[in-house]
Design a protein around this ligand. Structure first.
Ligand SMILES: NC(=O)c1ccc[n+]([C@@H]2O[C@H](COP(=O)([O-])OP(=O)(O)OC[C@H]3O[C@@H](n4cnc5c(N)ncnc54)[C@H](O)[C@@H]3O)[C@@H](O)[C@H]2O)c1
Length: 308
C-alpha cells in the first residue's frame, strides 16, 4: 500500500516536472494543482478580504469563479488582482454586481453559471459589521434590519438558489460554505448585537440545511473566522490602541488572522477532499475559542495574502 502510494507520488512529481510545473505541492504557489478542476463557483463578497483570497486559490486549483460584490469599483480592482495572482488559471473568472440582500441579484448571479454547466460550489461570504451596531439598548433598529438583511437573508438566498441550480443541473455532489463568525460561539463584552445575532443565525441555518440536503449530496458547512486583518474589522478598529488591545490579549498566537488562512479552509471545504464533512461549525481561529490564559511573547509570522 505504502509503496503504491510512493510510486503514485513519484509519478505525479515526474509528470509535474515534465509539464513545467513545480511539483505536486505547487512549490512556487502559483501553478495549478486541480483540486477544484472543472468546478464552477459563486463567491459573494468576492471583491475583498476572504472573498478575494478564496477567488485566487479557487482559480489556482482549476475552478471557474464568478466574483459577486455590491461594489463595482472594488470588483474591477479585485478581478485584475485575481488574474495577476493566478496566471496559470485553467477556468474562467468574471464579475457581477450583486447585493446579497436582494434575491433577484443573488438569483441572477447563480443563474449566470447555467451557461458554464451549472454551479458546484457556493461561498456565501458577504457580510457587514456596521459601526453603529452596539448593545441591546443602543443598536438602532435600522442597523439591526440592515445587518440581518445582508448577513442572514443573503445566506438564505444564496443557499436557496444554489439548491435550485444544483437540482436543475442534476448535480450529485456540491459544497456550500456560509461565513459565520467566532462570535456565534463565544460572547464578547464589546458587543455588536445585530452582527452576533446574524452570525448565530447563519450557524443554525447552515446546520439545518446540511441535514436536509445530505442525501442529495449537497454539503453545507459554516466557516467561523476569528478577528481578521481585513478591512471589515481593521477599518473599524482604526488607530484605537485600547480597542485593539482588548482583542489582541485573547489571541493564543498573538496576532489577528489573515484572510488567506480562511481561504485555505474554504478551499478544502469546497473540494471533494472534505466529502464526509457536513454541518460543521468550521472554526479557523488560531485556538482563540479554546483558550483560557494566553501565552506571552512575540507572535509567529503570519502567511502572506495573495491579493495584496
Ligand atoms: N474580518 C473579520 O474579523 C471577520 C471575522 C469573522 C467573520 N467575518 C466574516 O467574513 C466575511 C467576509 O469578511 P471580510 O473580513 O473578508 O470583509 P471585507 O469587508 O474585507 O469584505 C467583504 C466584502 O463584502 C462586500 N459586501 C458588503 N455588503 C455586501 C452586499 N450587501 N452584497 C454583496 N457584497 C457585499 C464588500 O464590498 C466587501 O468586498 C463576512 O461575512 C464577515 O462577517 C469576518
Amino acid at each position: 500500500m505504502a509503496s503504491d502510494r510512493n510510486h503514485y507520488e513519484l509519478n505525479r512529481h515526474t509528470d509535474a516536472s515534465q509539464n513545467g510545473t513545480n511539483g505536486v505541492n505547487g512549490v512556487n504557489g502559483v501553478t495549478p494543482r486541480g483540486r477544484l478542476a472543472g468546478k464552477n463557483a459563486v463567491i459573494t463578497g468576492g471583491a475583498g478580504g476572504i472573498g478575494l483570497e478564496t477567488t485566487i486559490l479557487f482559480l489556482r486549483e482549476g475552478a471557474s469563479v464568478l466574483m459577486c460584490d455590491i461594489s463595482e469599483p472594488a470588483l474591477k480592482r479585485a478581478i485584475a488582482i485575481a488574474k495577476k495572482a493566478a496566471p496559470h488559471m485553467t477556468g474562467k473568472v468574471e464579475t457581477i454586481k450583486c447585493d446579497v440582500s436582494k434575491e433577484s441579484d443573488v438569483q441572477a448571479a447563480v443563474e449566470h453559471l447555467d451557461a458554464w454547466g451549472g454551479l458546484d460550489v457556493m461561498f456565501n461570504n458577504a457580510g457587514i459589521m456596521h459601526s453603529d451596531d452596539a448593545d441591546a439598548i443602543d443598536t438602532p433598529e435600522k442597523i439591526w434590519d440592515l445587518t440581518q438583511n445582508i448577513n442572514v437573508k443573503g445566506v438564505w438566498y444564496g443557499s436557496k438558489h444554489a439548491v435550485l441550480a444544483l437540482r436543475r443541473h442534476n448535480k450529485k455532489v456540491a459544497s456550500i460554505i456560509n461565513t459565520a463568525s467566532m462570535v456565534a460561539l463565544v460572547g464578547s463584552a464589546t458587543p455588536q448585537l445585530a452582527y452576533t445575532a446574524s452570525k448565530g443565525a447563519v450557524l443554525a441555518m447552515t446546520r439545518e440545511l446540511a441535514i436536509v440536503h445530505a442525501r442529495e449530496g449537497y454539503r453545507f458547512n459554516a466557516l467561523c473566522p476569528a478577528p481578521l486583518n481585513t478591512p471589515l474589522l481593521q477599518d473599524w478598529l482604526g488607530d484605537d490602541q485600547e480597542k485593539r488591545h482588548r482583542r489582541e490579549v485573547h489571541f493564543p498566537m498573538g496576532r489577528f488572522g489573515e484572510a488567506i488562512e480562511q481561504a485555505q479552509a474554504v478551499l478544502w471545504l469546497a473540494s471533494d477532499e472534505s466529502s464526509f464533512v457536513n454541518g460543521t461549525d468550521f472554526v479557523v481561529d488560531g485556538g482563540l475559542t479554546k483558550a483560557y490564559v494566553t501565552p506571552e511573547g512575540p507572535a509567529p509570522a503570519p502567511p502572506n495574502n495573495l491579493g495584496r
